[in-house]
Ligand binder design. Structure first.
Ligand SMILES: *Cc1c(COP(=O)(O)O)cnc(C)c1O
Length: 391
């Protein structure tokens, strides 16, 4: 019998045979007794392996239909581990709107070790193909991207990679393994910031990498153990607990996000809405539009008043929590990009990103409606004035 992911998520792969506890016990131990000298005990030292991390990694692999799963102490160490499978002299192609921390990692750290990177508009597979060099090893993509929710066609990239014998890694954080399964579409490696939806409670910082490739898996294990970047025992246990509700959490957030994006798209104070569910390419490779959207106010000077008038969302960085999180890319995640580049990429002062949580959707819509009214009347007048003066 093939179980659905919803069911798999609930049950641990190993049970407590001593006390029959419902949850796997927390094995808070750095080392394990060795009863026979030179024997091979299943666990010896917790950095190299422990029951709680193994239980979690089994689940992470199951979720992405993968053979191998690895849990790291953050999303960015998961990404680092994938890049460390490369060697000096290798070249990587990645999107120009890749997650800021990934860009910093490549630009400021990995480039010192003679790994080179080319950034391209990943919405256009032809640009990716054109960027391939003799030493290219990896195409790294992130779809939907952030904060403008651009979509990369995973199948098209996989086809290019196969023709040139390159590997494809996908940062699947925004869709979760329930919304999009890049390995099934031919990708070689999938990465998650498990800090986001997988954890879902704005507490744990964690990352995951999964693959079906035995050679990549061996290399990832060497890096995980050899650099000591695995997820801690306690966080592995907590994340396993949080994963049990991933399906029900994500379903509700997606349903609410769909309603909220319709509400925003029709609102006169909103100039634009960005939602993956509106892209055909996205819907051909994912089950739905996800639970995060972007929108731009018609009057950018009112961004602060809008935020001040909101009462429900957490105004902060991050996403994927039970609480709705409103982010302001211009002053938060993308603040380090020089202002002219930021503006030219559309990351203006009136742009917001909303990660929809588990509050009642009508409460969320009322709150947004109330806050948008704070800026609505005047912005309409200004808009009309601007139009009449330009016309
Ligand atoms: C947050 C995030 C990361 C980094 O993950 P951390 O857990 O914060 O280290 C990587 N990629 C994406 C798309 C993210 O949103």
């Amino acid at each position: 019998m093939t179980l659905t992911k919803q069911t798999q998520l609930i049950h641990d792969s190993k049970h407590d045979s001593t006390y029959q506890s419902a949850n796997q016990p927390l094995y808070y131990s750095s080392t394990y007794r060795q009863t026979k000298l030179g024997g091979n005990a299943h666990y010896d030292y917790a950095r190299s392996g422990n029951p709680n991390r193994e239980n979690l990694e089994t689940k992470l692999a199951q979720l992405e239909n993968a053979k191998h799963g690895f849990a790291f102490n953050s999303g960015i160490t998961a990404i680092t581990a994938v890049f460390l499978t490369l060697k000096s002299g290798d070249h990587v192609i990645l999107p120009d709107d890749v997650y800021g921390g990934t860009f910093r990692l490549t630009e400021q750290i990995l480039s010192k070790f003679n790994i080179s990177f080319t950034t391209v508009n990943a919405e256009k597979p032809s640009e990716i193909e054109r960027a391939i060099q003799p030493n290219t090893q990896l195409i790294y993509i992130e779809t939907p991207s952030n904060p403008l929710f651009k979509i990369t066609d995973i199948r098209a990239i996989v086809n290019i990679a196969r023709r040139h014998q390159l590997r494809v890694a996908v940062d699947n954080t925004f869709m979760t393994p329930l919304g999009q399964q890049p390995l099934d579409l031919g990708a070689d490696i999938v990465i998650h910031s498990a800090t986001k939806f997988l954890s879902g409670h704005s507490d744990v910082i964690a990352g995951a990498v999964v693959t079906n490739d035995d050679v990549i898996a061996e290399s990832l294990y060497l890096i995980q153990n050899g650099t000591g970047t695995a997820l801690s025992v306690y966080d592995s246990w907590t994340l396993t607990q949080h994963l049990k509700t991933l399906d029900v959490r994500f379903k509700q957030s997606v349903a609410s996000a769909t309603k909220i994006q319709t509400f925003l798209a029709e609102h006169p104070a909103v100039a634009e809405v960005y939602y993956p569910g509106n892209s055909d390419t996205h819907l051909q490779q994912a089950h739905h539009g996800g639970a995060v959207l972007g929108f731009r106010l018609i009057d950018e000077t009112k961004a602060q008043q809008f935020v001040d008038a909101l009462s429900i969302p957490l105004v902060s960085v991050s996403l994927g929590g039970v609480e709705t999180i409103l982010s302001h890319p211009n002053t938060m995640s993308h603040a380090a990009i020089p202002q002219d580049i930021r503006e030219s990429r559309g990351i203006t002062f009136g742009l917001f990103r909303l990660s929809v949580g588990l509050e009642n959707v009508n409460d969320l819509i009322s709150d947004l409606d109330h806050a948008l009214k704070e800026v609505y009347d005047e912005s309409i007048i200004k808009h009309i004035e601007a139009q009449s003066s330009s016309g």
